[in-house]
Design a protein around this ligand. Structure first.
Ligand SMILES: [Zn+2]
Length: 244
């Protein structure tokens, strides 16, 4: 858990105190943040458990105020593996929606202006709505968000891996810059910061993929030379006749 996460809880508590007056509002507000982040963890577990099936270790899941992140020991090169590992996260959110739906129903004003009644049922509806939103939001094709990874995996099933990454990063970059500007305009600073973070992460991952590709090309070249260097003649190699 990132240290700044504690600040988020304090902030939520304070907001709850001011909005609703007193301890009850504060408690509900803090519980809602905790429940929301439990859903984030479930989303990340969707990725992590699917990754484990492909033999990829996931040393930890990091929780930050802007969301969660499962840290993979490596990103799978195989497009089908990346596709399934990535889609598993949003599918967890949609599964939570489907499980809650028959019990709590949709909030009035759904989907654009949901209104929550001041009750336990209202809180469950809010949770349902958040999960739907979380699933959809993460499917935005802004690499390296889930949608961007799915896009890369789909491209990589037809194009060379690096080229697929380049296209996914380019599309992601254009969308991220658009979303940063739009959220600055709407004064949604949290989202503007989030997309800035995504923009930087996308560039970093492309650079890493590029470096890895160059290293692999280098070693391929070395291996080829190692194989072709010995002359294909019947003469005994001179180098073996040492001083002894
Ligand atoms: Zn995800």
């Amino acid at each position: 858990m990132h240290a700044s996460f504690v600040l988020l809880l304090l902030y939520a508590g304070l907001e709850g105190w001011q909005d609703d007056g007193g301890w009850t509002g504060m408690l509900i507000s803090v519980i809602m943040v905790v429940v929301f982040f439990i859903c984030v963890v479930l989303h990340e577990l969707g990725h992590s458990l699917t990754a484990r099936r492909y033999g990829i270790r996931v040393p930890r899941i990091l929780l930050m105020p802007i969301g969660g992140m499962a840290e993979f020991e490596r990103i799978p090169r195989q497009p089908s593996a990346e596709f399934l590992i990535t889609i598993a996260g949003p599918l967890v959110n949609f599964a939570i929606v489907l499980v809650l739906l028959p019990f709590v129903g949709l909030p009035p004003g759904f989907p654009f202006h949901p209104v929550y009644e001041d009750s336990i049922r209202g809180l469950w509806q809010m949770l349902l709505y958040w999960n739907g939103l979380m699933g959809l939001f993460n499917l935005l094709p802004v690499f390296p968000m889930d949608g961007g990874r799915i896009f890369r995996a789909l491209l990589a099933s037809r194009l060379p891996y690096l080229q697929a990454t380049w296209w996914a990063v380019m599309v992601g970059r254009v969308l991220a810059i658009g979303l940063i500007l739009r959220n600055l305009y709407l004064e949604n600073y949290m989202l503007a910061v989030l997309f800035t973070f995504i923009l930087v992460a996308g560039n970093a991952e492309y650079q890493a993929a590029l470096r890895r590709e160059q290293e692999e090309a280098y070693w391929r070249e070395m291996a080829r030379e190692a194989v072709t260097v010995p002359p294909a003649t019947d003469e005994p190699p001179l180098i073996l006749h040492g001083p002894n």
